[in-house]
Design a protein around this ligand. Structure first.
Ligand SMILES: *[C@@H]1O[C@H](CO)[C@@H](O)[C@H](O)[C@H]1NC(C)=O
Ligand SMILES: *[C@@H]1O[C@H](CO)[C@@H](O)[C@H](O)[C@H]1NC(C)=O
Length: 467
């Protein structure tokens, strides 16, 4: 949402800049034209001005300087205002009758100038109108996209509510009431992100279903959809109860998601960074398997699961089982001194629409079967037990990861401690140099000597033994 706002801002600013740039481009042309016009008009005007000042000079000798200045000022402000000024012309007429026919000529010229002036104004309005139309289109799209997303999420919930109610004792109850929650339990996180919380089932702590829909409310995303179509997705996250399942990491995912998982997920990148072709496991092409323990992969991918994959492959994005789930990898430079907290999870990602097309009743039925497959996997995970070898391999892997982690943090910790000691010593030395009492200084020096000698001692011993 924030990103979108920034994009709108950039577009508006860019349009603004473009408009002003364009306007400036046209301005010299207008000016040149106007100069040309002025050149023609200036002559009679100038003569009249001269005449009028002459007349005024003649007729009004007392206020001569004053009057002359007045006329010149009017001339500088707007060249033709004094033609419309009745008093000016009255004065002119009264001063000299022969100025009458000449005053007609410039007055017709001023009339032709009005449409010219208006046309220039319409040019700039044209761009402003374009901008307003753009904003209007954006706004209409926002309202339409928002209601469409709301409709999709409602439909999804209606389809699945019964199944969820049959399998969970609590559906759509987070325990706290938020403003964004509708009466059916769906929480609106944003205009394109809805979530539903369920709990109350044997073997799992909770289930969170997140509907991440295409940002239909966002005009830029809608246009991007034409270039690179996205899908509406449902991300199911089941948190398994502790010690209910055996330890292993396994993920099955489509190509792009698999790449993302291997690169970004802490557990997959450590335990099973190797992507293997799904065909080797009997999966349809396009799927990749990342597996830590081979026997777990073959046990989870049983006939029923494989059948679901072959029947509903377009709707499945990933299935991700882990006992070491800690989300995305931490940045390298964060010196965290404890292991990240891990969770036991079953994650399933489904494409609930393909390229933004809402699936028909048949598709909805398939999605329902896939949600049931999730429940099936959940029960299967509880029943599944690794063999002795598998278990010891998994334990070894976890121990290895922990040791590696402790080693790196040990080095970091030792480094930090050494730095602190060094700083303390430097501060002490500083203090002793400032010290007035020579006795104290001497004592400190002796102590320092002893410390350095002690530091050297083991090295000397080593030299002795080796020599
Ligand atoms: C889950 O829902 C399905 C369909 O309603 C039902 O057949 C199944 O028994 C339910 N499972 C549990 C554990 O209640
Ligand atoms: C399902 O969604 C994922 C992620 O957007 C995508 O990689 C995959 O190709 C999609 N499957 C189909 C059939 O579109």
């Amino acid at each position: 949402m924030k990103l979108w706002l920034a994009v709108v801002h950039i577009i508006l600013v860019a349009t603004n800049i473009w408009v002003t740039a364009h306007f400036h481009e046209e301005l010299p042309e207008d000016n040149e034209f106007a100069e040309f016009e002025d050149f023609e008009e200036e002559k009679p005007a100038q003569t009249i001005n001269d005449r009028s000042t002459e007349h005024l000079k003649e007729s009004n000798n007392n206020n001569q300087d004053f009057e002359e200045e007045d006329v010149l000022i009017v001339d500088g402000d707007s060249e033709f205002d004094h033609f419309q000024d009745e008093e000016e012309f009255e004065g002119l007429d009264a001063a000299g009758g022969n100025a009458g026919p000449k005053s007609d000529e410039p007055s017709t010229l001023t009339i032709t100038k009005i449409p010219l002036h208006l046309r220039a104004r319409w040019d700039s309005f044209y761009l402003e109108i374009l901008m307003i139309i753009g904003l209007l289109v954006y706004f209409i799209n926002y309202v339409a996209g928002r209601s469409k997303n709301a409709h999709i999420s409602e439909m999804w919930l209606m389809e699945h509510k019964q199944l969820l109610m049959d399998n969970f004792s609590l559906v759509g109850d987070t325990g706290k009431s938020t403003e964004d929650m509708s009466e059916n339990g769906l929480v609106k996180e944003s205009q394109s992100h809805y979530s539903l919380y369920c709990s109350g089932r044997v073997g799992c702590d909770s289930m969170l279903i997140e509907l991440k829909l295409i940002k239909r409310q966002d005009l830029v995303a809608v246009l991007a959809q034409l270039v690179r179509p996205q899908n509406d997705q449902a991300h199911i996250r089941v948190e398994l109860a502790k010690d209910e399942t055996d330890n292993f990491v396994l993920a099955i995912a489509t190509k792009r998601t698999a790449m993302h998982l291997v690169r970004d997920m802490a557990d997959i990148s450590v335990y099973c960074p190797e992507k293997r072709l799904g065909e080797k496991f009997g999966l349809p092409s396009g799927f990749y398997v990342m597996s830590e323990i081979a026997e777990a992969a073959s046990a989870i991918l049983d006939t029923r699961v494989l059948q679901a994959f072959s029947k509903f492959s377009p709707y499945i994005d990933y299935i991700y089982i882990s006992d070491q789930f800690s989300g995305p990898k931490q940045q390298e430079d964060t010196t965290q001194l404890t292991m990240p907290e891990v969770k036991r999870v079953l994650l399933v990602g489904l494409n609930i629409s393909i390229k933004g097309r809402i699936t028909n009743a048949e598709g909805q039925e398939k999605l329902k079967l896939l949600l049931q497959l999730t429940f099936y996997l959940l029960d299967k995970l509880r029943r599944f037990k690794l063999s002795k070898e598998g278990k010891s391999k998994a334990d070894k892997n976890r121990l290895r990861v922990e040791e590696a982690f402790l080693k790196t943090t040990h080095a970091a910790r030792a480094e930090a401690a050494a730095q602190r000691r060094e700083e303390r010593r430097r501060a002490e030395k500083e203090r002793m140099l400032q010290e007035e009492d020579p006795d104290k200084q001497r004592k400190w020096e002796e102590k320092e000597q002893r410390r350095l000698a002690k530091k050297r001692a083991p090295r000397m011993k080593q030299l002795k033994t080796s020599g």
